[in-house]
Design a protein around this ligand. Structure first.
Ligand code: 5GP
Ligand code: ZN
Length: 114
C-alpha cells in the first residue's frame, strides 16, 4: 500500500468526490480553494517530481494536459484559467504526488511569492 494521500484517493482507500476521471488521471476540488474554482488534476501513477518521469509518464502527462481544455464547461474555463505545479519545498509542495492546480472563474493577479 502506498502511504500517499493522492494514491489513496486514486485507489478508493479514502473516498473523495471525483469531478472527472479518465484512464490515467482524475480531478478533485481542492479542500482549501485559492480561487473561485480550484481543482487538482492528478495522474493516477505516483511520482513526486517531473524529473522522475518515465517515457510512459511523459505520454500520460501530455494526454492529461491535452484533456483539460476539452473539459471547458465542466471546469468553467470559459474566461481563462491558470495551471500551477509546485515542485519541492521552495514552491510549497505539500503532497508528494505530482498534481496540477487548476484555477478558474475569476481575474487573477500575479504574485509568485505570495
Ligand atoms: P501542493 O501544496 O502539494 O502543491 O498542493 C496540495 C494541495 O492539496 C493543497 O492545495 C491542499 O489544499 C490540497 N489538499 C490537501 N489535503 C487535501 C484533502 O484531503 N482533500 C482535498 N480535496 N485537497 C487536499
Ligand atoms: Zn501517490
Amino acid at each position: 500500500m502506498c502511504d500517499c494521500l493522492f494514491c489513496k484517493f486514486s485507489n478508493g482507500e479514502i473516498p473523495v468526490e471525483k469531478v472527472y476521471e479518465d484512464g490515467n488521471f482524475f480531478i478533485i476540488r481542492d479542500i482549501n480553494p485559492q480561487a473561485v474554482n480550484h481543482y487538482l488534476v492528478i495522474p493516477k501513477k505516483h511520482f513526486k517530481y517531473l524529473s522522475e518521469m518515465t517515457e510512459e509518464d511523459r505520454a500520460n502527462l501530455g494526454e492529461m494536459l491535452a484533456a483539460i481544455p476539452k473539459l471547458e464547461k465542466l471546469l468553467k474555463l470559459e474566461g481563462g484559467y491558470r495551471l500551477v505545479i509546485n515542485q519541492g519545498d521552495d514552491a510549497g509542495q505539500t503532497v508528494p504526488h505530482l498534481h496540477v492546480h487548476l484555477l478558474s472563474g475569476q481575474k487573477m493577479g500575479w504574485n509568485p511569492a505570495g
